[in-house]
Design a protein around this ligand. Structure first.
Ligand SMILES: [Zn+2]
Length: 161
């Protein structure tokens, strides 16, 4: 369970549809969003692994259960193309289903990425003009997540000493 810098359980900032799209496309070099870029680097290995597992499972399922029905109807080539398409679709589904779980496992890195860019790691709210509390944390006005002010980048802090 992700937690904030006071050790309280918190949510994990959701990705927007646009961010999910860029993640799905998987072209880190084209994505302009810094959060997308950095998250992709942080979670590339588990994300790819989940997609490969999904692809492999669906490949075997096709071989065992589907191929014998489809192949006589459409021939070898179409059967193979359908099998590839099926594997890609299932791989994408696996990736999508596990994406948030993976982001939870890697919350220490994910939170670092969001905070460095100036956003709350629990809800994605832009952190600005906040008061530093006695324990050195700023509190997100949106979700009450508390973060050490040193972790928050680009933060114009009121009452900073
Ligand atoms: Zn928040």
């Amino acid at each position: 369970m992700p937690s904030d810098d006071r050790g309280l359980p918190c949510d994990i900032a959701k990705l927007s549809m646009r961010q999910i799209f860029w993640r799905a496309v998987g072209l880190k070099s084209v994505a302009k969003d810094q959060i997308v870029k950095k998250e992709m680097s942080a979670t590339a290995v588990p994300e790819t692994s989940m997609a490969l597992i999904g692809g492999a499972i669906s490949w075997v399922i096709w071989d065992i259960f589907v191929s014998s029905m489809v192949q006589p109807l459409v021939g070898d080539l179409i059967n193979l193309l359908l099998q590839v398409a099926f594997a890609i679709v299932v791989a994408m589904c696996f990736w999508f289903v596990f994406l948030n779980q993976i982001r939870r496992w890697r919350f220490s890195q994910i939170s670092e990425i969001f905070l460095t860019e100036g956003y709350c790691a629990a809800c994605g709210y832009l952190l600005e003009d906040l008061i530093v509390e006695p324990d050195g944390c700023v509190v997100c006005p949106e979700c009450n997540g508390a973060w050490k002010k040193e972790r928050v980048g680009n933060l114009p802090i009121s009452g900073d000493s």
